[in-house]
Design a protein around this ligand. Structure first.
Ligand code: URA
Ligand code: SF4
Length: 276
C-alpha cells in the first residue's frame, strides 16, 4: 500500500497538480489514481457540481463545450502491443459474433469471480462502433443489471462521451474482467489473465478505429505494462494497428475533479484520432 501511495503522489506530481483528495477513505489509497471503486459507494460524498480547475467541457450544464477549441495536438507514439492471434486461442477465435462471445461469458467459470456474480457483464454498444472504451470490471449496479457502466461512473462516462460528440449508443463499452470483484476491489492478475482473452476476441470482432483505456487496470491489461497512468497519458499507444489512448477512470474523476481537465484533454486526443 505504501507503494501505491507513493505512486499516487508521483502521478500527482507528474500532472503538475497539488495533492488533492476528494472523498478519499482511509485505507483505500490504492484506489486513488486512475482506478475506480466502480460506483455504489455509500461512503463517497457527492462531488462538487463544478470544481474550480475542472474543465467546462466535462462539467457543462448547458450542453458540452466545443471539443475542438483548445484541443491538444495529437501526441507522439508510446507502447505498441500485438494482440493475440487467432491461433493462440482457437476456442475463442471460433466465436464469430459479439453475441456468441457474450453467451460464453455469461456461462463462464474460468475464474473465482464467477462465484460472486449476479450477472456477468460482457459489454454493450454499437457493433459497428469506431470508439471502444475499456474499463476495469463490473461494480454493483453492473452486476445487478448485466450492463457496463450504469452507475454514477457510468453517468459521468456518458457525459464525457457526449462532450466529444460520441453518444454512448454509438460507442462500444467493454471491461477487462466481466464479473464483479468482491467489494469492488481491483481484479487480481490471475482473474485478468483468465478473462482478458474475451476482451481480445471482442476487439478482434469490433475492429475499432480508436480504443480508450479508462484507468490503470484497463491500460495495464491492454498494454501489458506496469507503468503508471501518469506515464501512459499523453502518448498514442498501439494495439495492433489501432491507436489506444489512456485516461483516468470515471470513478477516479468522481473522487478527484482535478483530473477532469487532463481527462478532457485525453478524450479530445482520442476524438481527433477518430477523424484522422
Ligand atoms: N467501472 C468499470 O470499470 N466498469 C464498469 O462497467 C462500471 C464501472
Ligand atoms: Fe469468466 Fe471473466 Fe467471469 Fe472470470 S471474470 S468467471 S474469466 S467471465
Amino acid at each position: 500500500m505504501a507503494d501505491e501511495w507513493a505512486r499516487y503522489l508521483r502521478q500527482q506530481a507528474e500532472l503538475g497538480g497539488r495533492e488533492v483528495i476528494v472523498g478519499h477513505r482511509a485505507g483505500s489509497s490504492d484506489q486513488a489514481a486512475g482506478r475506480g471503486t466502480r460506483d455504489a459507494d455509500p461512503v463517497e460524498p457527492a462531488p462538487p457540481a463544478t470544481a474550480p480547475t475542472a474543465s467546462r467541457g466535462l462539467n457543462a450544464e448547458s450542453g458540452p463545450a466545443d471539443w475542438r477549441k483548445g484541443a491538444p495536438p495529437i501526441p507522439g507514439p508510446g507502447i505498441s502491443v500485438e494482440p493475440p492471434t487467432a491461433s493462440m486461442d482457437e476456442e475463442l477465435s471460433e466465436l464469430a459474433t459479439l453475441e456468441a462471445v457474450a453467451a460464453v461469458v455469461r456461462g463462464c467459470r474460468k475464474c473465482p469471480l464467477c462465484e460472486g456474480r449476479t450477472h456477468a457483464v460482457p459489454g454493450e454498444g454499437d457493433p459497428g462502433a469506431r470508439l471502444v472504451i475499456v474499463g476495469e470490471g463490473p461494480g454493483q449496479n453492473e452486476d445487478q443489471t448485466g450492463r457496463p457502466f450504469v452507475g454514477r461512473a457510468g453517468e459521468l462516462l456518458d457525459k464525457i462521451l457526449l462532450s466529444i460528440e460520441v453518444p454512448r449508443a454509438s460507442a462500444y463499452i467493454l471491461n477487462i474482467v466481466k464479473c464483479r470483484p468482491p467489494q469492488n476491489r481491483a481484479p487480481l492478475p490471475d482473474e485478468i489473465a483468465a478473462c482478458v482473452p474475451y476482451l481480445h476476441r471482442q476487439l478482434a470482432l469490433l475492429r475499432p478505429k480508436v480504443i480508450l483505456a479508462a484507468g490503470t487496470t484497463a491500460a495495464a491489461g491492454l498494454l501489458r505494462t506496469r507503468k503508471s497512468l501518469g506515464q501512459l497519458r499523453g502518448q498514442v499507444h498501439r494495439y495492433g494497428d489501432v491507436p489506444l489512448v489512456v485516461t483516468y477512470h470515471p470513478a477516479a474523476l468522481l473522487r478527484n475533479p482535478n483530473w477532469k481537465k487532463p481527462t478532457w484533454d485525453d478524450v479530445r486526443i482520442a476524438r481527433q484520432l477518430l477523424d484522422a
